[in-house]
Write a protein that binds this ligand. Structure first.
Ligand code: AMP
Length: 177
């Protein structure tokens, strides 16, 4: 019998590390949540439950913490898994985009043959902060002519107002801090 996990158990299982990776950032560490199999299942079950009837054909997950639950979610939704990676990691031809996030900036890439125009996509990452990373991934996905895009996160940092940047796209976050 699995113990019943509550929303509070999940919140309590996430560790906050002050001043990581830069001074002033309160880093939300999910490793303390996902090491518990019941909490890991709770995360996957909840996001799958929320999105199971949307016809999602591809889960696009963001390197690297988006890969952790992203694969399990894709499998459970019977969708394909598409990695968005940091530059130079994907072996075939890519589209790329510059982005900035709460504590830095960078480039993200997706394979040019990853998606088709009629795909229904869910973007997954562990955490939504300013929304810069997700907006960049939306830009990548729109290169394929795709308009049906859903967003799914474990954690959302409400005070950074990332949702404003992502307004037209339906979003689900399991926890709000
Ligand atoms: P943003 O683009 O600002 O929404 O930042 C989201 C991305 O940066 C995600 O890939 C997160 O994993 C990471 N991130 C940003 N801020 C934090 C934070 N406070 N704690 C943990 N991860 C963060």
């Amino acid at each position: 019998m699995h113990p019943v996990i509550t929303q509070k158990d999940l919140e309590d299982s996430i560790r906050t590390i002050p001043d990581f990776p830069k001074p002033g950032i309160q880093f939300k560490d999910i490793t303390t949540a996902i090491k518990d199999p019941d909490i890991f299942n709770y995360i996957v079950d909840n996001i799958v439950e929320y999105y199971k009837n949307k016809g999602i054909t591809k889960v696009v997950a963001i390197e690297s913490r988006g890969f952790i639950a992203g694969g399990a979610i894709a499998s459970r939704l019977n969708a394909g898994f598409i990695p968005v990676r940091k530059p130079g990691k994907l072996p075939s031809e890519t589209y790329s985009v510059n982005y900035s996030l709460e504590y830095g900036e960078g480039i993200l890439e997706i394979h040019k043959d990853a998606l088709k125009q009629n795909d229904i996509v869910m973007i997954h990452d562990d955490l939504l902060a300013t929304g810069g990373t997700s907006l960049a991934v939306i830009e990548l996905i729109r290169k394929f002519g795709i308009s049906k895009i859903f967003l799914g996160y474990i954690i959302e940092l409400d005070f950074l107002q990332g949702k404003k940047k992502l307004e037209p796209y339906p979003k689900y976050s399991l926890i709000h801090f």
